[in-house]
Design a binder for this molecule. Structure first.
Ligand code: NAD
Length: 342
């Protein structure tokens, strides 16, 4: 299964691109097709170094385009789908939820239907896999003393984003139970690392510090998130694809719970240390509290004991190591992020 043709949706986005690079490094000549609509969050330039490889193909297109998906699955003899394509930013889902329902729910449904028919037309081979990459936000919010979300925590999404991801998770689950389609679901915490679009918390703060701009922190800054280094996440996804039984769900977390304000302070201190000639120093002077986001979940935390127990996965990168590597990556890769600032 590890070297069979794989379709990676959303591969020009943050986690998808890191997963594409993980596959190139791990599997070398595995046939890989990326399908990505290149929304504001997708950047073909991220994958440009791969486009000369004979086993790599980039296709610009929508996961909701059924004829295109049907044609790709058949033409490329796809056996595995790693599905990352989504509208992924909570603030955008509050302003315009329609695109979230369209891509995350209807798009995922289109992919599932196409893959089901492709799988059935091939005689339902056991090695086919559909991996759906989802979020811990489907579980809602935790009180400070509650245990982390496990795979049996009831769904309670609070934003249009998490509600649309919850809807897609349920469809993926139903395709396993109804049709026997070999699907897998992962729900992970906040990712960070290279190639993350600058609207998300960590790159936003790093680039604002570089330009001497304010660092907006929602509410009282006490909201807690678990931070997962994207390369740890990609290793986990690879294990789930190669080792897990169809129909399973795994929660993936970094075991790094940090309050938002503490994370921002850590980033300020790292930038003071690593970035030359900052316009405002110490960078903590830029911190500015802003009105809280509506429906802002207080705390997310993950109980990742199932994936540890069954697949032997554990995060390897601590938040201190991962943040240092990430800050350094943004400092070294201005050519990547500068054109995205608009
Ligand atoms: P991203 O926003 O960086 O990338 C999404 C990619 O999907 C982009 O390249 C975009 O062009 C593409 N896309 C959007 N709509 C499309 C469509 N209709 N057809 C084809 N391509 C389309 O997102 P990300 O942060 O890389 O997240 C990837 C997946 O992981 C998402 O499903 C997200 O819900 C999930 N997730 C992300 C995080 C996180 O911290 N980033 C945490 C938990 C789960």
């Amino acid at each position: 299964m590890a070297n069979t043709p794989i379709l990676i949706t959303g591969g020009a986005g943050f986690i998808g691109a890191n997963f594409v690079y993980h596959c190139v490094q791990t599997y070398g000549d595995r046939p890989m097709v990326v399908l990505d609509a290149l929304t504001y969050a997708g950047h073909r330039a991220t994958l440009a170094p791969l486009e000369k490889l004979p086993n790599f193909r980039f296709v610009e297109g929508d996961i909701g385009d059924r004829p295109l998906v049907d044609q790709l699955l058949k033409e490329e003899q796809i056996e595995t789908i790693a599905h990352f394509a989504a509208e992924s930013h909570v603030d955008r889902s509050i302003l315009g939820p329609g695109a979230f329902v369209q891509t995350n729910v209807v798009g995922t449904f289109t992919l599932l239907e196409s893959f089901r028919q492709h799988w059935q037309s091939r005689g339902q081979p056991a090695q086919f896999r559909f991996l759906h990459v989802s979020t811990d936000e489907v579980y809602g919010s935790l009180a400070p003393d509650e245990p982390g979300f496990s795979e049996t925590t009831p769904y309670a999404p609070n934003s249009p984003y998490s509600a649309s991801k919850a809807g897609s998770d349920h469809l993926v689950r139903a395709y396993f139970h109804t049709y026997g389609l070999p699907t897998l679901i992962t729900n992970c915490s906040n990712n960070y690392g290279p190639y993350q679009f600058p609207e998300k918390l960590i790159p936003l703060m790093v680039l604002n510090i570089l330009r001497g701009e304010k660092l907006p922190v929602y509410g009282d800054g006490q909201n807690v998130r678990d931070w997962l280094y994207v390369q740890d996440h990609c290793r986990a996804l690879d294990l789930v694809l190669t080792k897990a039984l169809p129909g399973q769900t795994y929660n993936i977390g970094g075991n790094n719970e940090v309050k938002n304000i503490e994370l921002v302070e850590l980033l300020c201190d790292l930038m003071d240390e690593l970035a030359p000639n900052l316009p405002v120093k110490p960078a903590r002077k830029l911190i500015s509290y802003v009105t809280d986001r509506p429906g802002h979940d207080r705390r997310y935390a993950i109980d990742a004991s199932k994936i540890k127990r069954e697949l032997g996965w554990e995060p390897e990168v601590t938040v201190e190591q991962g943040l240092r590597q990430t800050v350094q990556w943004y400092l070294d890769n201005e050519a990547w992020w500068r054109p995205l600032l608009g």
